[in-house]
Design a protein around this ligand. Sequence first.
Ligand code: KG4
Ligand code: ZN
Length: 352
Amino acid sequence: MVLGIESSCDETGAGIVSGGRLLAHAVASSMDDHARFGGVVPEIAARAHLQAFNPVVREALDQAGLRMKDIDAVAVTTGPGLSGALQVGLSGAKTLAYAAGVPLYGVHHLAGHVAADTLEHGPLPNPCIVLIVSGGHTSLLLVRDLVRDPILHLGDTIDDAAGECFDKVARVLGLPYPGGPAIDRAARTGSPCAVAFPRPLLGSKEHPYGFSFSGLKTAAARWAEQHRRNGEGFSVADGAASLQEAVADVLTHKALAACRQYEVRTLVVVGGVAANSRVRALSEERCAAAGVELRVPPMTLCTDNGAMIAAVGDLLVRSGSAPAQLDLSIDPSAPLEYAALHPVGRPVAKIA
Ligand code: KG4
Ligand code: ZN
């Protein structure tokens, strides 16, 4: 029984996983507290984690019908993320692990997003191509054994990530925070080909798998501002649908090119932006046409949660990885190299 704790941004999550099975999943969000500022305020997020930590852990235990004495290990996000927010989750997780006398594992937040899919669809095939699209990261990865092997980056965000682009353009369009879901909703009644937004780095020889959404963000902002300056009305729905189309087109095009080049038959799309309806639909369409199996976690496991961190913890425990020491610290800008953010030693005997 592995308890996973997530607190890297504005969601306090606790999840329980055993042998790859999801037993419980509780999340408290401080999103509403940030809405009037138009973005996450780190200090408010950290305080909200402090308030939510115990109730969320209790709720996860209650859901699973367990008590702390039944927990065999604690896994916690130690990076990347907001330092104050991470600090609260790590302190809480250390306390629980120490009090229960069980091992502690430090987990990379993005590896958690990848592992989220295993809770719905079972173990990941080795190898697979993973497209991570979250608020701060857009990466295309070649993943082998998620907890034993190094994670190979085929391409990353050069400037703004896809989620960041959605959030910032939403603001310009006058849509509420968080922008991604608001754009998704507004796009339902718009036309995806109303505005010819650019497809950044599509076909780039230098960055075949790199992503850059800053230019697209500027193009969308200019489009809205130009209409406003000229005193013309414009359709927010059309702007949202066209932006969403451009992002989904670039993401899925590159992901499938990677599957072709590396001859990989499975694409896994994870992270908050994987909740986007057009990203999901276009991924399905293009994977079906290319004969590639598509795996996308259910919506509730796409955005930040503790179950995904428990999923990595569970894999680490089952692979015989060494736990962290109690002086484990946060790493707010941790690069994604391995799923664990502490030395795991050589895998020892496997627990069945
Ligand atoms: O993975 P996540 O929950 O947190 C980070 O690790 O960053 O991702 C949050 C991002 C935000 O930018 C949010 O706007 C975006 O995911 N997002 C969406 C949708 N739901 C969440 N973007 C587009 N469409 C959605 N339906
Ligand atoms: Zn995330």
